[in-house]
Design a protein around this ligand. Sequence first.
Ligand SMILES: [Zn+2]
Length: 414
Amino acid sequence: MSGTNQRIDGKRLWDSLMAMAEIGATPKGGVRRLTLTDVDRRGRQRFTEWCEALGLTVRVDAIGNMFARREGRDPSRKPVLFGSHLDSQPSGGKFDGALGVLAGLEAMRTLHDLNVVTEAPLELVNWTDEEGSRFGHSLMGSGVWTGVYALEKAYGLKDIDGVSVSEALDGIGYKGREKAAPFPADAYFELHIEQGPILENEGRQIGIVTGAQAQVWWDAVCTGRDSHAGTTPPSARRDALVCAARIVDLVDRMMRARGEDGRGTVGFMQVLPNSRNVIPGEVRFSVEFRHPDTAEVERLAAQFPGEAGAIARDCGIGLELTELFRYPHQPFDPACVDLVRQAAAKLGYSAREIVSGAGHDAVYVSRVVPTAMIFTPCKDGLSHNELESILPEEAEAGAQVLFEAVVARANRTL
Ligand SMILES: [Zn+2]
């Protein structure tokens, strides 16, 4: 069996998505399933029960990543991995992450119903803490697994209440015995909602994700002087917020100069002392740029500090920029991407190639395992929002493409 005429069960997939969304459900129809909380534990528990009902063996590694294994016919072959994450943003949607995990579960259920054994083993993955909203570090589970973050460093990260990752893992009973390090795997596939408007605007059902954007991120601090709003004349003001505002405008102008492929954002800002009659003496904020072309991000990374520095000098304000990281464009594996392309074509879905604008576990996994991603549209491109929504037929199409790609890879001739 290679290309299949086997169909996943769209209704069963949808019912599972809705059942998972009950865990941490919010009044506005979203989900709050923060990583390594009791709500996350209940989600993991339900996932485990569903997997074990199919006879899958569930392993947990030292950072809490979960791997549900279905044996293949040939025990010497490396497993084909697929999955995503079950944690959510504090006010997240029902589909970000959950779709990839539960579509993977639906693939396992379909094979189980049909009594089909693939050549290679299959492993469905739930990565720990993709969102990063509790401990401040997104893609934690896949980052540790791929060696991007050291396990001990991740263990030491603390949430706002001072609870460490290590304590939280122990607290929910998910500090597993397995080493959090890559094991030999044949491929990794991840289905995810696009979290942007492109597929919906073009009326496409499937995004064939060819890779992820290059990025550069900074922390910025503008330092001026707190002083009285009513008594300080313009010549005596050292207003850190005015300087920061001009830098925000710079970020936007640098982005727009790159056309529709440009991305530049200041999404976080703290104004000190944040009092209406005090001229702000200090402003802390984030700056990030993304672009599909690594060379463009390199140019932005070279240009931005100088231009921001010139603005700060003009304002008489100190500017401290700390570069947090810089990633090149991460292309996915051409053979795996091609399986997604072929699956979409065979199923007659309208599809287009797309570069992922967001970070995903697949981006880290692709450093060590041949990887591809599948996107499905989401309403108004809205995500990280309780109103995030997709249609059942969109979930079904994405899951069917995932199923085809995974089965084709697991049955390929070596
Ligand atoms: Zn996600």
